[in-house]
Design a protein around this ligand. Structure first.
Ligand code: RM4
Ligand code: MN
Ligand code: MN
Length: 396
């Protein structure tokens, strides 16, 4: 690779950061069962320790997303303990994810529930989550709702939409000026007939209704097969409504597989749209890149390192697309030239340049190898094996 292209890769990596999910280090499974890993994190402290390890070796994961129910069992009172973990393991709290789907009360929904008392309870939890974010200096409160219904005719779809708009508006009022509310969509699961926020259009309308600090979050696994995700990204960018991503890959549904494991070109095309927008408008984007994955079978930390490495590669490849040439080819309807610009960038082996960048930062050239040599996995396996021998029963 010539020096100008190496320079592009270096510049891209300089700004690229990706947030790790605390729940990605814990035992997870499917509705059919959970295979316990002896090294999986069993406490919030252990999740911070593991996330800290990934950051230590990659240098690009300074924050960890927290799920309130799983990581802040004492609500706002948990924040002191979290701050201690953050200092100790050198990774800061990132987005705060309210949990509005696991308590028994939410059987028929949270903000969409026909029972006003339950809607109020959901709002209280949202306000607590915003307070937790305040105390932890976290900017983003990231909402995902399981709300929906399983049978035609069983829910008042319009009324639920209205309840959502009102509750989100009220939650939005609690935000401080530097905070953001991210609203995630998902077409189905756990609801199998209708989901209250099923797609990006619904998330966009509700974000607009909530207030100016609300933006849409795109979880790459939350689309029907064959949906053109980069077009959604382009539209949200042009509306200034793209707040963040939950990255994961999928083959069938919300599979939460490792990013880029099934379709790396898809993620490349997303990054390419973002970079093209920045080039064309001259405006840097402000997008939270986050991982939302559950590695049920792979070793948690190795899978996370693999994810981060893949994310860097795909971002770096997108940085190699010559935006000016692309704009010209598009204008001239030179289809093959335009498409080739993407294909050639995607086909470029950026790994040596990424290794050189890591070296220039004093980071291990090969974080996976460094992890395997570090002895960390052996140590935590020993420390945690007994705790993991009894079945842990949360989702994450
Ligand atoms: C959902 C969604 C949320 C995540 C939960 C655990 O499918 O992706 O972002 O927090 O799973
Ligand atoms: Mn998600
Ligand atoms: Mn999901």
């Amino acid at each position: 690779m010539d020096s100008s292209r190496t320079g592009k890769v270096f510049a891209a990596l300089e700004t690229f950061r990706i947030e790790l999910p605390s729940w990605g280090f814990a035992n997870t499974g499917t509705r059919f069962g959970k295979f316990i890993q002896r090294a999986a994190a069993t406490t919030t402290e252990e999740k911070f320790s593991d996330a800290g390890q990934v950051h230590l070796l990659t240098g690009v994961c300074p924050t960890v997303a927290l799920h309130v129910l799983w990581d802040c069992p004492d609500g706002v009172e948990s924040t002191e303990e979290i701050k201690r973990c953050a200092t100790r393991y050198r990774v800061a709290p990132g987005s705060i994810n309210p949990n509005l789907f696991q308590d028994q009360e939410y059987k028929y929904g949270s903000f969409g529930n026909p029972d006003e008392a339950i809607r109020r309870r959901a709002l209280r939890h949202s306000k607590d989550s915003i307070e937790i974010a305040h105390r932890l200096n976290s900017r983003d409160i990231s909402f995902w709702f399981a709300d929906g219904s399983n049978y035609p005719g069983s829910a008042n779809i319009r009324q639920r939409k209205q309840s959502f708009a009102e509750a989100l508006q009220q939650a939005h009022r609690e935000l401080s000026p530097d905070q953001r509310m991210l609203i995630e969509y998902k077409p189905f699961e756990p609801a199998f007939y209708h989901t209250d926020i099923a797609d990006w259009g619904m998330a966009l309308l509700l974000s607009r209704a909530a207030g100016p600090q609300a933006k849409v979050l795109v979880d790459t696994g939350h689309h029907y097969a064959a949906q053109n995700i980069e077009q959604i990204v382009a539209w949200l960018l042009s509306e200034d409504m793209l707040g963040g991503f939950h990255f994961n890959d999928r083959r069938y549904a919300d599979d939460d597989l490792t990013m880029g494991s099934i379709d790396p070109y898809q993620v490349f095309r997303i990054f390419q749209e973002i970079r093209f927008f920045e080039w064309e408008t001259g405006k840097p984007t402000d997008i939270a890149y986050m991982v939302d994955q559950s590695h049920n079978l792979k070793g948690k930390i190795e899978a996370m390192i693999q994810t981060v490495t893949m994310a860097q590669q795909l971002f770096a490849k997108a940085a190699l697309v010559d935006a000016k040439k692309l704009a010209t080819a598009q204008k001239n309807c030179d289809l093959v030239a335009a498409e080739s610009l993407l294909q050639d960038a995607f086909a470029t082996d950026v790994r040596p340049a990424i290794q050189d960048w890591r070296d220039s930062k004093g980071l291990p050239k090969d974080p996976m190898e460094a992890f395997r040599q570090s002895g960390y996995l052996e140590r935590i396996t020993q420390e945690r094996a007994a705790k993991n021998s009894h079945n842990v029963s949360s989702y994450a």
